[in-house]
Design a binder for this molecule. Structure first.
Ligand code: SF4
Ligand code: SF4
Length: 98
């Protein structure tokens, strides 16, 4: 399993070319710019964006199209899975503390 620093290392290799935005089906097919590899990256870098991402992260299809087109071969789906597990863990911890 990847850890936060591994994910951040990956994300920091991003060239900001935005090619991934042109293949993400959430944007291309559903015309929804609610989530994108760039948004996922920003949420990992900047906690201010995290609240928004927590609400929409489950919409990612984990299709891997963003990884295939990425010149750096960045695996956004791993970041998505990592964020999803973190959210689940936060919720479980809060419930156990009640
Ligand atoms: S894995 Fe998620 S973010 Fe990447 S292209 Fe597919 S739906 Fe979009
Ligand atoms: S295609 Fe890869 S390098 Fe380009 S913006 Fe997307 S994640 Fe970054």
């Amino acid at each position: 399993m990847m850890h936060y620093l591994d994910i951040l290392d990956e994300i920091n290799k991003c060239l900001h070319c935005l090619l991934c935005l042109h293949v993400c089906p959430l944007i291309v097919d559903l015309n929804q710019e609610i989530i994108s590899p760039k948004i996922i990256q920003n949420s990992l870098r900047n906690p201010i964006n995290k609240v928004y991402v927590d609400d929409v992260i489950y919409l990612c299809l984990k299709c891997g199209a963003c990884k295939i087109i990425c010149p750096r071969n960045l695996d956004i789906t791993k970041a998505v899975i990592y964020i999803g597990k973190s959210i689940f863990s936060d919720i479980t911890t809060r419930k156990m503390q009640k």
